[in-house]
Design a protein around this ligand. Structure first.
Ligand SMILES: Cc1ncc(COP(=O)(O)O)c(C=O)c1O
Length: 386
């Protein structure tokens, strides 16, 4: 007898093309603008090591034990304080610590989405979110965007027609486009959610660090779930994130998390809490901000000479990505092979679209390499168009 087949929920969900491109471009000689990876040389290794040492020296019986699903109370209190400092009044009990913010997305999807439900996403949208909604059997419906993110009038019309369960947004320094949704549009989106009765999932892994410009307040309406992450400000290998949600929905996510992994690593949470007590995360974020600003500027300065005339790109005020649109007729997916031959890589934009893909779009990450390597990478990119 053959073994039973894999579940049908896998049928429509492909492996992330971005992860596959990353595997292709992992050779050390390739200057890669592909991965959305924080700069590893900026990790505060000494501070993180000290936090783990202290936790193990002073409280190992707790740190190595099972713990509650909701998360380490000290870590939740520290996150609540950080959110309150961003004008988002938060109690520790409003929060659930998750294994990366990616898990928060999975838990929310389990808690909210029935097969056939409509989930609205920005066109284009973070791929692993689309995978998560795909596993739940959701019908993912794209909302048109412009250079500022989702277009509220289009959202209103689509939401009225489709009766969605939720709208998934990365309003600040979006992945893949680096775009930020202006405050007026955030209010319009919150208004539409209240009127038409859907949840907003506000995914905010990139809000800190901002390289320049003014902070735009979180959406933070009644029906909004905020997802946060330590991946971009501390280290992604810690796999620490959180969600802030109203009590009933948070409770449902706690139950889903019990089935997923009981709780996020006790020692990692305790070390992060200890780090937040003993080290100055804001000072560390300022270091990251300065380095990324320099790298972004190196990329923006090098792009005019690297890309064919008629190319367009944005100037993100934070995050990790510049979104490029080549002149019509170019195919960024086909070009990637040539680029890798020249030892430079990027991610084609097409897979991020759930509507009609733009073959000329590409995502360039500016965080992983120092400015001189970025300049060299752009010289190599220019050769692809020669
Ligand atoms: C938009 C978005 N959401 C969530 C995540 C997952 O982050 P985490 O490392 O917190 O799981 C990422 C990772 O790159 C992302 O780009």
């Amino acid at each position: 007898m053959p073994a039973p087949a894999t579940a049908s929920r896998l049928a429509g969900v492909a492996s992330s093309p971005v992860r596959e491109i990353l595997a292709l471009t992992a050779r050390p000689e390739v200057i890669s603008f592909a991965g959305g990876l924080p700069a590893p040389e900026l990790f505060d290794v000494a501070g993180i090591r000290a936090a783990y040492d202290k936790v193990l020296a002073e409280n190992s019986h707790h740190a190595l034990q099972y713990s509650t699903t909701e998360g380490d109370p000290e870590l939740r209190a520290a996150i609540a304080t950080r959110l309150a400092a961003r004008d988002l009044p938060t109690e520790p009990d409003d929060l659930l610590v998750t294994t990366g913010s990616q898990q928060a997305l999975t838990l929310l999807t389990i808690a909210l989405v029935e097969p056939g439900d409509v989930v609205l996403v920005e066109d284009s949208c973070y791929l692993a979110a689309q995978q998560s909604f795909g596993f739940a059997g959701a019908r993912v419906v794209p909302v048109p965007t412009d250079d500022q993110g989702v277009i509220p009038e289009a959202l209103e019309e689509i939401a009225a027609r489709e009766n969605p369960t939720l709208l998934y947004l990365v309003p600040t320094f979006q992945n893949p486009t680096g775009r930020t949704l202006p405050a007026e549009r955030r209010s319009a989106v919150a208004g539409a959610a209240a009127r038409l009765g859907f949840w907003i999932v506000e995914d905010d892994p990139y809000g800190e660090p901002r390289h320049d410009g003014e902070r735009v307040p979180c959406i933070a309406a009644d029906r909004t779930v905020l997802l946060g992450s330590f991946s971009k400000v501390m280290a992604p290998g810690l796999r620490l994130g959180f969600l802030r949600a109203p009590a009933d929905l948070r409770r449902a996510c706690v139950i889903a998390k019990q089935a997923a992994d009981l709780h996020t690593s006790t020692i990692d949470q305790a070390a992060a809490a200890r780090y937040l007590r003993d080290s100055d995360l804001d000072a560390h974020v300022a270091v990251i901000r300065a380095a990324y600003r320099e790298r972004r500027d190196a990329m923006l300065e090098g792009l005019p000479a690297a890309l064919p005339e008629g190319s367009r790109w944005n100037r993100p005020e934070g995050g990790m990505f510049v979104w490029v649109t080549l002149p019509a007729g170019h195919d960024a997916t086909a070009l990637l092979k040539t680029a890798v031959g020249h030892e430079v890589a990027y991610v084609p934009g097409a897979p991020f679209f759930s509507g009609r893909p733009d073959p000329a779009a590409m995502r360039l990450s500016f965080t992983t390499h120092p400015a001189d390597e970025i300049r060299e990478g752009l010289h190599r990119l220019a050769r692809c168009f020669a």
